[in-house]
Design a protein around this ligand. Structure first.
Ligand SMILES: O=P(O)(O)OC[C@H]1O[C@](O)(COP(=O)(O)O)[C@@H](O)[C@@H]1O
Ligand SMILES: [Mg+2]
Ligand SMILES: [Mg+2]
Length: 334
């Protein structure tokens, strides 16, 4: 059976048979695949069913919620409810952790950004879904919020879905990183990118340069260095910023490169959320040979004290992330 006929479910079953992951993880990932198919269909027809625009509410981190943010959250929560495995869900669109099921079998916690890149929705640009799965740490009958406050090193599975020119699902359970492309005519995710390796170097960087003036002077030097097309000592990088973290990280994963969202005086911990944006993507990128840092600390090691906690992020090719850390610390490449 060649790769392009390997369905996501068949791959998950194979990984389980090769005892690379417990069957529960395969079932949870299958449910993420299902939610991704529903969202792929609904995102593509949102303008036809009045699902563009705002709902008029703000989420816990102050973002004006889009109708598709709320709808995507509902789809993900429903896909993981009633399967007897998920104890609780932490989501960008839920103020608190939502208890799902109690009891012995409900041993997993889902952390999710149901719709990433919300500012792209109404203009039809790329958006994504991010997910991270943890095992419960508490032993009581029902889960508690503390079960979601685990560092990235405790993730048992993580990944994202990109709704772009095609819909792709990329995941890892700590073994390798595999990518699947949705064939809408079959309604199947097919294995299109097996064992993805993140190139050590890239030619692009992604950052919102409109904040350049507010960044640390050392990071301003990094941007000048990356954009120095006259340099004979190093290859310049070109700028690619999509407005969706998932889309920019996906490019870094496949082609190499660097995405960063640093802190500013106004946002001392940056904008992005550690639990359901930074940590799951860090797990994926690290398993593919890349790196992810806050600038001073490995993202996966950062202690989580609240579900909507923010963290500065630099993620992508290993050499580019090290370059970022060096510049932040010393204001120069090495
Ligand atoms: O508009 P800004 O400040 O550049 O922020 C864009 C970044 O914020 C995000 O949109 C945050 O994610 P959400 O859309 O899920 O809130 C990232 O996807 C993106 O990289
Ligand atoms: Mg997001
Ligand atoms: Mg979001």
């Amino acid at each position: 059976m060649n790769n392009l006929t390997t369905t996501f479910n068949a791959h998950l079953w194979r990984q389980h048979r090769l005892s690379k992951q417990p069957i529960e993880i395969s079932i949870l990932l299958t449910q993420m695949g299902f939610a991704a198919k529903v969202l792929s269909r609904e995102i593509s027809r949102a303008a036809l069913v009045g699902r563009l625009g705002l709902v008029g509410e703000k989420n816990a981190t102050g973002d004006a919620q889009k109708k598709l943010d709320v709808f995507s959250n509902q789809v993900v929560v429903e896909a993981f409810s009633d399967i007897g495995l998920v104890a609780a869900i932490a989501s960008e669109e839920l103020d608190q952790v939502q208890l799902i099921e109690c009891g012995q079998d409900a041993q997993y916690i889902l952390c999710t950004d149901p719709l990433d890149g919300s500012s792209n929705i109404d203009t039809g640009s790329a958006v994504g879904t991010i997910f991270g799965i943890y095992r419960r740490s508490s032993t009581g009958y029902c889960s508690t919020e503390a079960d979601a406050l685990q560092p990235g090193t405790e993730l048992v599975a993580a990944g994202y879905v990109l709704y772009g020119t095609s819909t792709m699902l990329v995941y890892t359970t700590g073994d390798q990183v595999d990518g699947f492309t949705l064939d809408p005519t079959l309604g199947e995710f097919l294995l299109s990118h097996e064992n993805i390796r993140c190139p050590d170097q890239g030619k692009t960087y992604s950052a919102n340069l409109s904040y350049y003036q507010e960044w640390h002077p050392h990071l301003q030097k990094l941007v000048d260095y990356l954009g120095d097309h006259k340099s004979t000592s190093h290859a310049a990088h070109t700028l690619r910023y999509s407005g969706a973290l998932v889309a920019d990280v996906h490019r870094c994963l496949l082609e190499g490169g660097l995405y960063f969202y640093p802190s500013t005086e106004e946002q001392p911990l940056g904008k992005l959320r550690l639990l359901y944006e930074c940590a799951p993507l860090a797990f994926v990128v690290e398993q593919a040979g890349g790196l992810a840092t806050s600038g001073t600390e490995r993202i996966m090691d950062i202690e989580v004290t609240s579900i909507h906690q923010r963290s500065p992020l630099a993620i992508g090719s290993a050499a580019a992330v090290k370059l970022y850390e060096n510049f932040l610390e010393q204001g120069m490449p090495t």
